[in-house]
Design a protein around this ligand. Structure first.
Ligand code: PMV
Length: 328
């Protein structure tokens, strides 16, 4: 039996985090510069049913049966077995590796899950359709995030820019048609951003002052709708002002931080058209929009200047990613 592998990209939220938990839309894009990979290595000499899970990045090398309940890697494997009504599979080794920083808002958990779901289902001879990958990854993401909106698993499963809205019955997802390419610089504060904690704090604040928070979420939703329009009609320069508005609203939600504010200011001083935190906030990542007009080489060099400014202001990692017109 040949070895089977699957890869899934990272992701970044461009607009609408937090408000998306309360039913407003959000926009996220895949980040192909980082990825998670799962490789399934058949063990024909092994005991039938034995599945060994290895994740060298986190020092894990354990039999599936020894992993605790609700271990996200084990849950990903088990959800595939359950999907096919199997109690056991041929003996194999499920190996996982990832270049996606953990707890930084880049979707590392969802990407690892999606890679395992795809590789392990292919190993069993029934590669899962995207729709099922997305649904199962959403369930596993609940272990990482408590009450995730579903945006991470969606953008990572479909590997396309998405306009996402959480639904009562089902989540609604539209892929975004990108009218003109644009370049985003991601800067990492280096401070962990535990999504579940921040989302929990925002919930408490919303419970204490529902009207104030609903109004903020509604304004964020409006920014997201305008951003969709700008992206689809090929007017990415308009995203600069919308990023600034979204950041101001997120500050009022209470999820920015001095380190994030410092990076946002540094990016704008270095020529970014706009900038904001991305993901749950408090720490983690921010994003900045590179100038959109000019030659490709010119835009790339201005993106590098913004990267350097972010590093000088304390970013521990930067990633430049281009959101392309599909098929380009
Ligand atoms: O930190 P991230 O990128 O995993 O994103 C959290 C985004 C929130 O809107 C705050 C929560 C969610 O589940 O959508």
């Amino acid at each position: 039996m040949a070895l089977i592998s699957a890869t899934a990209p990272g992701k970044i939220i461009l607009f609408g985090e937090h408000a998306v938990v309360y039913g407003r839309p959000a926009i996220a894009v895949p980040v192909n510069q980082v990825w998670a990979r799962s490789v399934i290595i058949p063990q024909p000499q092994g005991t039938p049913g034995h599945i060994q899970i290895q994740a060298p990045d986190i020092g894990l090398d354990e039999s599936l049966s020894n992993l605790p309940d609700k271990h996200p890697l084990a849950e990903a494997v088990k959800s595939v077995l359950d999907e096919f009504g199997l109690h056991r599979s041929p003996a194999c080794l499920v190996r996982v590796a990832s270049t996606i920083p953990i707890a930084a808002g880049l979707g590392s958990g969802a990407a690892i899950t999606v890679a395992i779901l795809r590789a392990f289902s292919a190993f069993l001879g029934h590669p899962l359709a995207d729709e099922r990958v997305n649904a199962l990854a959403f369930e596993v993401d609940k272990i990482y995030h408590g009450t995730p909106s579903g945006i991470d698993n969606t953008v990572i499963t479909y590997r396309k820019p998405v306009y996402f809205q959480r639904g009562v019955e089902y989540n609604q997802m539209d892929t975004l048609r990108v009218g003109a390419p644009f370049t985003v610089i991601i800067g990492d504060t280096g401070m962990p951003s535990p999504t579940a904690t921040v989302v929990g704090d925002v919930r408490q604040a919303w419970q204490a002052e529902p009207e104030r928070y609903e109004a903020l979420f509604e304004q964020i939703g409006e920014v997201v709708r305008q951003a969709r329009q700008a992206i689809e009609t090929g007017q990415p320069a308009d995203l600069g002002e919308l990023l600034r508005q979204n950041q101001a609203l997120l500050s009022r939600v209470g999820v920015s931080s001095p380190a994030l504010d410092r990076l946002v200011a540094a990016a704008e001083q270095a020529g970014a058209l706009g900038s904001k935190l991305s993901g749950s906030g408090r720490g983690g990542n921010m994003i900045a929009l590179a100038p959109v007009s000019g030659e490709v080489g010119d835009i790339a060099s201005r993106a590098r200047q913004i990267e350097q400014a972010l590093r000088a202001a304390g970013a521990v990692r930067t990633i430049v990613t281009r959101i392309d017109v599909e098929g380009a």
